[in-house]
Design a binder for this molecule. Structure first.
Ligand SMILES: Cc1cc2nc3c(=O)[nH]c(=O)nc-3n(C[C@H](O)[C@H](O)[C@H](O)COP(=O)(O)OP(=O)(O)OC[C@H]3O[C@@H](n4cnc5c(N)ncnc54)[C@H](O)[C@@H]3O)c2cc1C
Ligand code: FES
Length: 252
């Protein structure tokens, strides 16, 4: 198994590919690194492009890749045995304080990639983990089965709850993830909010975090080039996301 460096990309052989939905696959590599949930790697297709992806796990390295444009569509053509060039880990991940006994993990689209790992990581460390998984429709939902399996595991004293929300009502509650979260905040059942997903969802969660005075850690996206704080491509609200983020704290 190769160890991924932070400096030059290393060729990582693909050992497994799982089709997650019509445009998303999870790639597992014969590679490992030391990282925490929420950190990301840069994945390079030689002579084409290099793109950031959150880690789904670090040992072995696994990445969930949605085919949304030229680079990710080419990555979807890779087969088991092919290689992708990886460097990392980069950025700051999630860091949940020990006194938050009940945490809510809110995921939109492929934002669930780092949150599945965070949920696994926090098993046995919290009293309750509520995962709220949202998508436009049931066809777009990702990792619902992995999260259902986790919810039935019950590691130590941690209870895991899973709530689904789809905009068309084809799975779970019809509506947005915030429609599921807000009643929990009203009931005082959440001590910390952890989220990754589309920009609009994060802006709404930032507002809820402030309004209810519940600390939040939100993983933001931006175009990235260097991944190490040099090029300025990933500036967000005065932060350089590849160094200061992608997870930024909301202090109520
Ligand atoms: C820290 C971080 C973690 C990420 N983790 C994942 C992951 O786990 N799985 C995954 O599938 N993707 C992830 N992404 C997004 C991924 O990097 C992009 O989807 C990829 O770069 C698209 O490349 P492309 O050439 O295929 O498409 P492009 O042509 O570059 O993009 C296709 C469309 O996607 C949108 N887009 C692409 N990149 C971004 C971005 N960074 N911010 C906002 N909109 C964007 C644009 O609107 C564009 O129209 C992550 C991005 C960041 C910054
Ligand atoms: S990607 Fe270059 S500064 Fe963040």
């Amino acid at each position: 198994m190769i160890r991924i460096p932070k400096t030059l990309p290393a060729a990582a052989p693909i050992t497994a590919i799982r089709q997650d939905n019509y445009r998303t696959k999870t790639f597992t590599f014969d590679a490992r690194l030391d990282a925490t949930p929420g950190q990301f790697v840069m994945a390079w297709l030689p002579r084409f492009d290099e793109k950031p992806f959150s880690l789904v796990s670090a040992d072995p390295v696994a990445l969930m890749i949605s085919a949304v444009g030229p680079a990710t569509r080419l990555m979807h053509e890779l087969a088991v045995g092919d290689k992708l060039w990886l460097r990392g880990p980069f950025g700051h991940g999630f860091d949940a304080p020990a006194d938050q006994r009940r945490i809510a993990l809110v995921a939109g689209g492929y934002g669930v990639a780092p949150l599945l790992w965070l949920a696994r990581h926090e098993l046995g460390r919290r009293d309750e983990i509520t995962v709220i998984l949202g998508a436009r429709s049931v066809q777009e939902l990702l990792y619902a089965d992995d999260l259902r399996a986790l919810a039935s595991e019950r590691a130590g004293s941690t209870a895991v709850r899973l709530a689904l929300a789809t905009e068309d009502g084809s799975a779970g509650r019809r509506g947005l993830v915030t429609d599921v979260l807000q009643p929990l905040l009203d009931a005082g059942e959440v001590d910390g909010i952890y989220a990754c997903g589309p920009h609009g969802m994060l802006v709404a969660l930032e507002g809820l975090s402030r309004r209810y005075a519940i600390p939040g850690q939100l993983s933001w996206e931006a175009y990235m080039r260097c991944g190490v704080g040099i090029c300025g491509a990933c500036e967000h609200d005065g932060a350089v996301l590849c160094l200061d983020g992608p997870v930024l704290s909301v202090t109520p």
